[in-house]
Design a protein around this ligand. Sequence first.
Ligand code: ADP
Ligand code: MG
Length: 402
Amino acid sequence: MRIDDLGAELGGLRGRTVLVRSDLNAPMAGGVITDDGRIRASLPTITKLAARGARVVVMAHLGRPEGVRNGAYSLRPAAHRMSELLGTEVAFATDTVGESARSTVAGLADGEIALLENVRFEPAETAQADQVRAARAEQLATLADAFVSDGFGVVHRKQASVYDIARCLPSAMGDLVAAEITVLERLTEEPAGPYVVALGGSKVSDKLGVIDNLLEKADKLLIGGGMAYTFLAARGFEVGTSLLEPDQVDTCRRYLERARQSGVELLLPSDAVVADRFAADAQARVVAADSIPSDAMGLDIGPETARTFAAALADARTVFWNGPMGVFEFDAFAEGTRAVAQALTKVDGLAVVGGGDSAAAIRRLGCDESAYGHISTGGGASLEYLEGKTLPGVEVLRCVAP
Ligand code: ADP
Ligand code: MG
């Protein structure tokens, strides 16, 4: 069920307290939010509920505090940012089910919004044992009349505030989760061709499942970023001190073979921007992908590869891009990511960006966010969906729905 259905079931949302699980896991440095994309993406559902008179209580996590209260992972800066963006006060509770939460929720008037402290300060949030999480969800549920699941970045997790809570309260899918799922369905169910999948990022092992599931569905597969070096090694090249996952070389070799057999064009970098060390001020130079010196580290795709990848994207009708092509955080190694990011803006069709760092790269490089068909807020969740796995936080909504 969706928010409208929930409203109907409750006889209107006015005066109802609604718990919303959002994904406010924004990158921070020294208590300052460095990219508020996820916070902004969470607001439409929250304001929709507030506009209908609900008392909105937002639950979220920040980082991995491992079940311990830790000021470095406090969500207070997120509450401030939400207040700024909304132009209205967002109350902040310094706990999740304790004194502060109860008084904060009790103090809400219709249409007002509160944010609870990091749900992961409580070890039960992420407990393996079903009963432990369920008991925790019961406590959270006592705060509210209904639950809305809108944290797409966490719907692949079986956690108390994501999964178990939906079994305790009338529950609906939020608009952000619904929008994300709709786009992912378009990527998996008869996508318009040519369908190009571009993958990068640091770890090849994170992306093997996606390659496995999309290899035959895509017309072209572009591989850049740190993960490309394990593929280059599988092709028999030396990769110097670049990122390499030796235990995945054989798997990559099998994918190269599968791509050849199924006629999928799998493009690896033909050149690379290398440096002698991993640093913003390292001396950068371009080398061919088959002659990376033994003391050099590949930190970006080279200019020839950037042109090849952009050309491969030019006639695409459907694109899924996950993972930066290089260490875009350093200006000297950001050009490959910029080339792919810009090529995506010109796609005549559906261009989807998945992954927290890829989305952050788009904003850092100053690309126009509105030029993309969709920028996913959940890297892990979108990858798991594209791997063909079910998302527990979405499944549970289907199961409990009347
Ligand atoms: P996303 O969050 O979009 O899914 P990942 O988390 O998989 O992306 O990877 C992002 C990280 O990959 C970035 O921090 C980037 O610096 C790093 N990266 C990209 N290319 C390289 C490379 N050649 N060597 C080391 N790190 C790389
Ligand atoms: Mg990432």
